[in-house]
Design a binder for this molecule. Structure first.
Ligand code: APR
Length: 322
């Protein structure tokens, strides 16, 4: 049906709140379930005053939620969900890499994915919790243990990298960012992020400019971490990216053929999970598409990226299996 249920896990957080707000505005959503370990009754009550069709519920792990609920908050949030978006976790502080977050966020993702396996094994899962390069493999291993892994339904959200690439390239070219669509491949951290600016028509940077814009795309998150001076990492722009990603997934579920970059199980490279353009449809990821030809400059980054991404994938798998 055109009226989907979306669950946001970590909905009271810096990303979760604006993400839930944007999803509340989506005409494709009939039900929005906000789950967190704190605060979702307030988020849901607040959002429920926005007059759009999505019904909003605030779910907590224990009693005391608004409207009052039992101990089955996660089950209630997930049951019947078509898409589960997961921004739960701890954010980065200055000096921390996405990897430093590993142990805390790995445990959170593990718990939440166990819930998905139990309550909505058919849902498309969109993971935002960092380090995405490792949390997606963690989710896959948990889903495999539960016998419900479907590679077409599990994605890491890399839309933010595409958004940054579009913003930076458009500024450089002096054009409307909405007219730019950069393909970004690889993973979602540092040098595993590879924007393919050579494929962008009309973009002709000097060597130095190309280097600067590539590195800025890879490490743009650090600019926000520094500017926020200890209070966290990107939230508003990440929420926007998560919203755009979810909208396209919903369009696909509703029968449209849409293409967007996502970090998914992939045969394109020696990395078991890899972000590339994917076609989305009624079953989630219908096709993992290729990413065209790399320039020599991009190939050099690619060769550096592969072993790094492989390591981060293995780290996720080992967290579950070791
Ligand atoms: N279940 C549900 N929600 C949880 C859990 C859990 N087990 N553990 C933590 N949370 C919630 C927190 O209560 C909080 O509301 O996740 C939310 C995280 O919000 P913030 O601390 O504000 O962090 P945010 O900036 O939103 O980043 C969250 O996204 O981009 C990544 O690196 C970032 O991994 C981090 C995540």
């Amino acid at each position: 049906s055109a009226s989907k249920k979306v669950a946001v896990l970590g909905a009271a957080g810096g990303i979760g709140q604006p993400l839930s707000m944007l999803l509340k505005l989506s005409p494709a959503i009939g039900e929005l379930a906000c789950y967190d370990i704190v605060g979702t009754p307030g988020v849901a009550a607040d959002l429920s005053h926005i007059p759009t069709r999505a019904r909003v519920s605030g779910c907590l792990p224990a009693a005391g939620a608004w409207p009052p609920r039992g101990n089955e908050g996660l089950g209630e949030a997930l049951t019947g969900a078509d898409v589960v978006v997961i921004p739960a976790g701890v954010p980065r502080k200055p000096g921390m890499t996405r990897d430093d977050l590993f142990n805390t966020n790995a445990g959170i993702v593990k718990t939440l994915i166990q819930g998905v396996a139990e309550f909505c094994p058919e849902a498309v899962i969109a993971i935002i919790s960092n380090p995405v390069n490792s949390t997606v493999p963690i989710a896959a291993e948990i889903l495999k243990q539960k016998g419900v892994y479907n590679p077409r339904k599990l994605c890491g959200v890399t839309t933010f990298d595409v958004i940054r690439a579009n913003t930076f390239a458009a500024a450089h070219m002096g054009v409307d960012p909405a007219s730019v669509d950069v393909t970004v491949i690889g993973g979602h951290a540092g040098i595993t992020i590879l924007p393919l600016y050579s494929q962008l028509e009309g973009f002709a940077p000097s060597d130095a400019e190309r280097e600067a814009i590539t590195v800025r795309t890879q490490f743009g998150g650090d600019e926000v971490v520094q500017a926020k001076a200890g209070s966290g990492s990107a939230t508003l722009s990440m929420a926007y990216a998560g919203y755009l990603f979810t909208e396209k997934v919903l369009q696909g579920l509703n029968g449209e053929k849409v293409t967007q970059c996502a970090y998914v199980q992939s045969d394109l490279t020696d990395c078991k999970y890899f972000a590339s353009p994917c076609e989305f449809g009624p079953n989630g990821v219908e096709k993992v598409l290729g990413y065209g030809t790399l320039s020599a400059y991009e190939q050099a980054w690619f060769d550096k990226m592969i072993p790094d991404l492989q390591k981060q994938i293995k780290k996720g798998e080992d967290f579950v299996n070791a």
